[in-house]
Design a protein around this ligand. Sequence first.
Ligand code: NAP
Length: 319
Amino acid sequence: MKYTQLGKTDLNVSRICLGCWQLSPSFWGEVPLDPWVESVKTALDCGVNFIDTADAYGDGYAEEQLGLLMKREGLRDKFVLATKFFWKFTEPSGRHPDTTHDYILQACEDSLRRLQTDHIDLYQIHSWDAITRPDEVARAFNTLKTQGKVRWFGVSNLNPEQMELYGKHFEVSCLQPPYNLLDRTIETRELPYCLSKNIGVINFSPLFRGLLGGRYKADSTIEGKRANGPLFHGEGLKIMIKAIDEAKVIAAEHDLTMAQLAMRWTLTNPAITSAITGVKKPEHILGTVKAADDVLSHKVWYQVANLFTQAKAKALAAG
Ligand SMILES: NC(=O)c1ccc[n+]([C@@H]2O[C@H](COP(=O)([O-])OP(=O)(O)OC[C@H]3O[C@@H](n4cnc5c(N)ncnc54)[C@H](OP(=O)(O)O)[C@@H]3O)[C@@H](O)[C@H]2O)c1
C-alpha cells in the first residue's frame, strides 16, 4: 500500500480509503454484517489505514457498527477516522440539512458516542447548506477543535466558490467529491482549485457504485437503489457492458482487473489523495487493493477515459 499526506494536514493516509456507506440499507439493501466486519479487518491487513463513514449512513447504523467493531477489536488507533454531518435525521418528520452551531455540536457528540471514540480525525460537511452562515459553522468547528474532539475539517460535494467562502472562516483540509470514469465533472474546476490550495481530495464511488467493478453482464439485475440510474439497466447497461468488456482487454494487457483499472484510473490524477471504495465482503478490498501500487501511463489513461466518455454519451442518448 502507498501512503500520502492529506492536503496540509498531518494525516498520512493510504491511497485507498474504506467507505462505510454500504451499511445503509435504504440504498444498498441488507448487507450481512459478518462479511462486512471481515472486509474491514482485511483492509487493515492490506495496509488501508483510512476509513470514511457518515452519521447519515443507515441513520447512525454505519457509525454504530464501526464503533462496535473498533471497540471490540481495539482498532480505533489503527485508522484515520473520517465521518460527516449535515442531515438532521433524528426528527420523526424526516431528514433535512442542518449546519447550525448547536446542531453541529450535537451531531458531533452523537457521532463520537456511536463511534465509541473521543475524537474524529476528519469531520466533513456532507453537502452545501444554503441557509447557514459560514461564520456560524466556523464557530462550532473552533469549539470542537479546542475541545480536542475533532482534528481536521473537510467538505463534500462543494464547488470552488463554496469552498472559498468556507475557507475565509476555517481551514478546509479536504474535499470529498464523486470521481470516476463515468463522472469527470470535477476535473474542470474543483480539482484545479484543490491543487492550487493544497486541499486533499478523497473521491467517492471510484467504481461508479460497483458498475465499473466488472462483474455485471448485459442482462444482470443489479440490486439496490443504484439500479434506478440510467447506466444500470436496460439499453444503458448493455452499452456500458460493451465498453467494460473492451476495457477489460486493456486492463489484462497491464495485468489488471477491471476494478483495478477503474480505481487506478482515479488514483493516477495527481489531485487525488485517496480513492474511497465501498465494500461488503473481503473479496471487494482484496480485488482492488493492487490498484494503489502504481499509476497508469498518459496513453492508457486517455485511452480508457475516451472509451467511457463515448460509451456514456451513447448510453444516455439511448436511455
Ligand atoms: N460524500 C458523499 O456524498 C458520498 C456519496 C457516496 C459515497 N460516499 C463514500 O464513498 C464510499 C464509496 O462509494 P461507493 O460505495 O459508491 O464506491 P464504489 O467503490 O464505487 O462502489 C462500491 C461497490 O462496488 C462493488 N465493488 C467493490 N469492490 C469491488 C471489486 N473488487 N470488484 C468488483 N466490484 C466491487 C460493490 O458492489 P456490488 O458487489 O454490490 O456490485 C461495492 O458495494 C462510500 O462507502 C462512502 O463512504 C460518499
